[in-house]
Design a binder for this molecule. Structure first.
Ligand code: NOJ
Length: 566
């Protein structure tokens, strides 16, 4: 197997909580995943990325880990895990684990020991600091720095017992590990090695560009509401690359296997990404960048969504394509467990549901990079349509609601923002069939199944050659069959066109041209595809016949065409 096999691979993300429940407790589990491998094999994906399944108090749905080497009982046990791994491998699918090591749970024994006393040998495994000079311990403003946590409020929690604060960039039940301490790093590497010895095929590394903080810790620029922005002081910090190179040496370098590593890197620029992913530097294979999913954030942040500016979106994606053309590699994604559903966000889930889901899939999957499908995306699953704050489960959404209320933002506006952008949009159960709870559980699901599961479901699509999932399957097939998809050069076409997303890929005389209408209007794209054969098309029978004249492609609403020419 080539070292860079993942260039021609497609990764499928499973969010175990919401994938398939096997025991009726309303929460997905490992046995449930195993029972649905047929679907993934049919789709043709190469890799399964499992969101965290480790022991966890579930303050952030498993991204708060209390034991890295145990499975949370909600999901099963290690025996179930081994059975899943064996079954996936038997079908030629690899399994990549989520690695969450910027922080642990506050219930992890490392943190319990660290918290126990100022003299604990593990005290320095986390970021403990005394109150700010001149402030009463625990009083507002006494936090060691003014940083705002990602999930609202200060990024420091006060520990009465010792009179000190600990840092948590996310929830207060997610204390940040101190990567400056070599013992912490060695403990993480030992754990990673343990999983690789068990047979896993790589890691998706949660916020891995936040592990190195600028020292000494200090205040960030003030934000409205009194807290400060610490982000520049801990994102892509001074020792980030050094730590990843050390991890590579200690975990991957000596192994015969060929793994996939992808770092989640909010805020990373293209220049950062070249450094993270240049194979000669031996850090990670690819990163998840955020620029293209931040494109619609408004003045109040992510819960203040703005209409899509396609020219801007293409400029961002085109810049990433160009920057990683020769060195490094891109990951390609619209959806994941933190993002709303793309068909509702950038597509049209009312009037052109299937066509827009397929058009967005085509333009994403055929760029240069490794595509990621988030569970249900291949079905064209939509946003959840939640209307009351009581329907939400996600801690980020619930905290944002409180925070925006305090800033006097009208409730209706907040609820609109949540309905469009909440992470819960991605977290509703996979819609397997039209039965009660969509075939996800026989019990009561931990979060409601979206009502459109009656018609929008895997079973209904399975026999339909024009279904959204059949289209995803064809995209994956095309990648596997035509090396130009993985390895071709990339050239953006019509960069300034506000409706058309078009580009060309070239490899050894093979030319692949993608031209898609990202709008509900009829358009004509000035793209020359005269000599190419149509290899993929998203409208099936409804297609307008392609006229003979070269140089222009007429496209109906959300129509996407892919041409191949040798
Ligand atoms: C990024 C993960 O994708 C998100 O779900 C999580 O809440 C944070 N990191 C904290 O682990």
């Amino acid at each position: 197997m080539s070292d860079d096999w993942w260039k021609s691979a497609v990764v499928y993300q499973v969010y175990p909580r919401s994938f398939q429940d096997s025991n009726g407790d309303g929460i997905g589990d490992l046995e449930g995943i195993r029972s649905r491998l047929d679907h993934l094999e049919w789709l043709g994906v190469d890799v399964i990325w499992l969101s965290p399944i480790y022991a966890s108090p579930q303050a952030d749905n498993g991204y708060d880990i209390s034991d890295y080497q145990a499975i949370d009982p909600t999901f099963g046990d290690l025996e179930d895990f081994d059975a899943l791994l064996t079954a996936a491998h038997a079908r030629d699918m690899k399994v990549v684990m989520d690695l969450v090591v910027n922080h642990t749970s506050d219930e992890h024994p490392w943190f319990l020991e660290s918290r126990a006393s100022k003299r604990s040998p593990k005290r320095d495994w986390y970021w403990w600091r005394p109150p700010r000079d001149g402030f009463e311990p625990g009083a507002p403003g006494a936090e060691p720095t003014n940083w705002r946590a990602f999930f609202s409020g200060p990024a420091w929690a006060f520990d009465e017992e010792s009179g000190e604060y600990y840092l948590h960039l996310f929830h207060q039940k997610q204390p940040d590990l101190n990567w400056e301490n070599p013992e912490v790093r060695q403990a993480v590497y030992a754990m990673m090695n343990w999983w690789l010895d068990r047979g896993v095929d790589g890691f998706r590394m949660d916020v891995i560009n936040l592990i190195s903080k600028v020292l000494p810790l200090r205040d960030g620029e003030p934000l409205p509401g009194g807290l400060g922005n610490g982000f520049p002081l801990y994102a892509c910090g001074p020792r980030n690359h050094e730590f990843l190179q050390e991890m590579h040496r200690e975990v991957f370098a000596g192994r015969a296997g060929r793994f996939l590593t992808v770092g989640e890197t909010p805020g990373a620029t293209v220049d950062d990404a070249v450094l993270f992913t240049d194979p000669e530097r031996a850090e990670v294979d690819m990163v998840f960048q955020f620029e293209h999913v931040d494109v619609d954030h408004g003045p109040l942040g992510k819960f203040d969504p703005q209409p899509l500016d396609l020219v801007r979106l293409k400029a961002i994606l085109g810049r990433w394509q160009a920057a990683l053309a020769d060195r490094g590699w891109n990951s390609l994604y619209w959806d994941n467990h933190d993002q709303p559903r793309v068909v509702s966000r950038f597509g049209d889930d009312r009037d052109h549901w299937a066509a827009s889901a397929k058009a967005l899939a085509a333009v994403l999957h055929l760029m240069r990079g490794t595509p990621y499908i988030y569970q249900g995306e291949e079905l064209g699953m939509t946003n959840a349509g939640l209307t009351s704050i009581d329907d939400y489960r996600d801690v980020e959404s619930l905290n944002a609601y409180d925070e925006l209320r305090e800033l006097d933002v009208p409730e209706a506006r907040i609820l609109d923002g949540l309905a469009a952008m909440s992470r819960d949009n991605a977290r509703t159960p996979v819609q397997w069939d039209g039965s009660a709870h969509g075939g996800f559980t026989t019990g009561t699901p931990w979060i409601a199944v979206t009502p459109n599961h009656t018609w929008l479901n895997a079973e209904a699509q399975r026999e339909d050659p024009d279904s959204v999932s059949a289209f995803y399957r064809s995209l994956i097939e095309l990648r596997h069959a035509e090396p130009v998809v993985a390895h071709g050069t990339f050239e953006m076409l019509l960069a300034e066109d506000p409706q058309v997303f078009a580009y060309r890929r070239v490899l050894d005389g093979t030319v692949l041209t993608v031209v898609a209408n990202i709008s509900g209007a009829d358009v004509t794209a000035a793209v020359d595809v005269a000599h190419g054969g149509l290899v993929l098309h998203n409208l099936g029978e409804a297609a307008t016949p392609y006229p003979a004249g070269a140089g222009e492609v007429p496209l109906g609403p959300w129509e996407a065409r892919v041409y191949l020419h040798r």
